[in-house]
Design a binder for this molecule. Structure first.
Ligand SMILES: Cc1cc2nc3c(=O)[nH]c(=O)nc-3n(C[C@H](O)[C@H](O)[C@H](O)COP(=O)(O)O)c2cc1C
Length: 239
């Protein structure tokens, strides 16, 4: 394997694509972001990196709230639009046919058409250079029941998210394997072992339920998205 040594750069791809809503009332805006991630489990926190030049930047900084909306593959074009056009010049809600919905813990509107909406309250702002990192605490999450499986978990085949590679957008592929979380299995085995000594029939039920939960083969991706696998071929933008 011959490897090139390259200058430092942003090589961490693919990345999620999210639509962040911010601002209030008529000022409410939508910005497409990929420089995002979960940064803390307890309390649950997400980080979004936004250039100060973005119209959304001051809406988030001054408003102290934002909502991370997860788009589906059929919303890839809308996401691309919200990542090319500024809220200074256009009403992205109307242009994309998106509807504002009320949050429960924040005043910033959610995008009703996105199946998952994560309400966040701004906790930290970290200036990094080209971008400021806004760290928000998750204060409420909305999940469309249509993307849940029988166990109440998000079924990613139904959610049909898409990824950004730096050059184009791609669908999430098929399931490869189920993660073996050593801790989980260790505790599960120990629990089943303990229970089986007292109630063998309950242990059998626990084992069978857990195997159902971990062996669900995802349903075929049910998405009416007309886009080809790679949607755009435009050169990578300076994000
Ligand atoms: C796929 C994609 C990902 C993007 N990710 C970011 C990002 O993480 N941070 C950022 O500041 N801009 C990002 N952008 C650019 C902004 O979305 C874009 O400049 C947008 O028009 C700014 O909107 P606003 O001026 O209404 O805030 C991204 C654009 C695209 C298409």
């Amino acid at each position: 394997m011959a490897k090139q040594i390259r200058e430092p750069g942003t090589y961490l791809y693919p990345l999620p694509v999210v639509l962040v809503s911010c601002g209030l009332g008529d000022e409410a805006n939508i910005i497409t972001l990929s420089w995002v991630g979960t940064v803390c489990s307890a309390p649950p926190m997400v980080g979004i990196a936004v250039r100060p030049s973005r119209h959304s930047h001051h809406l988030i900084r001054d408003g102290g709230e934002f909502v991370v909306n997860l788009p589906t593959a059929d919303q890839a074009r809308a996401a691309d639009y919200c990542g090319r056009v500024s809220g200074k010049d256009a009403d992205k809600w109307t242009a994309c046919g998106f509807t504002r919905a009320a949050g429960v813990r924040v005043r910033v509107p959610l995008i009703a058409e996105c199946p998952v909406n994560i309400e966040c309250r701004l906790r930290h702002t970290v200036p990094l250079g080209s971008h400021d990192l806004f760290i928000g605490e998750v204060v409420a999450v909305h999940v469309d029941e249509a993307v849940l499986d029988e166990g109440g978990r998000v079924d990613f085949a139904r959610l049909a998210p898409f990824l950004y590679t730096g050059r184009d957008y791609r669908r999430l592929g098929e399931q490869l394997a189920l993660p073996e979380v050593p801790g989980t299995f260790f505790y599960l085995r120990r629990a089943v072992g303990r229970v089986s000594r007292v109630w063998p029939w309950r242990a059998r039920r626990i084992a069978s339920r857990s195997s159902q939960g971990y062996s669900t083969v995802p349903k075929h991706m049910d998405c009416s998205c007309p886009l080809p696998q790679a949607m755009t071929t435009s050169p990578a933008r300076a994000i």
